[in-house]
Design a protein around this ligand. Structure first.
Ligand code: 5GP
Length: 131
């Protein structure tokens, strides 16, 4: 199992923001801004565009609900959706609450927040998530 599959299965701890039978959302461990969330399929699939149309549709619908929860919990201009990176071979959508485009610059220094604050952020998003 890859690392994100283990996270979705609860074998590796994460700060859970939302979940359903098919998808799982959790805080990026090194967020660009507070509320930076990763959305993944539980199924092991590396490349998002290898997903069938139906599945990618459900994935986007789930990501939209997570984005709505993020925007309520962390008011922002928009929630950016970004798919990039080759680091982890498991499809993941980055959802990033942004006040300006600078918030979505992946070259800038990432945050490292205390565990208690990460938990508070995740709980805030989870409380706003509507299945
Ligand atoms: P990418 O493939 O998008 O470049 O990088 C993967 C993203 O996942 C990075 O933003 C990184 O901080 C995050 N990440 C990598 N490993 C873990 C992990 O074990 N837990 C969490 N919560 N995030 C991770």
């Amino acid at each position: 199992m890859d690392i994100f599959s283990k996270i979705a299965a609860g074998e590796i701890p994460s700060y859970k923001c939302a979940e359903n039978e098919e998808f799982y959302a959790f805080l990026d461990i090194n967020p660009l801004v507070k509320g930076h969330t990763l959305v993944i399929p539980r199924r092991e699939v590396d490349y998002i565009f290898d997903m069938e149309d139906d599945e990618i549709g459900r994935y986007q619908q789930f990501a939209k609900k997570v984005a709505v929860a993020i925007k309520t919990a962390f008011p922002c201009v928009k929630v950016a959706e970004v798919v990039l990176g080759l680091e982890v071979p498991h499809a993941h959508i980055h959802l990033i609450p942004m006040q300006s485009e600078a918030d979505v610059d992946f070259k800038r220094e990432k945050l490292s927040l205390p565990a208690e604050e990460m938990k508070q952020i995740a709980d805030k998003i989870y409380a706003e998530f509507v299945k």
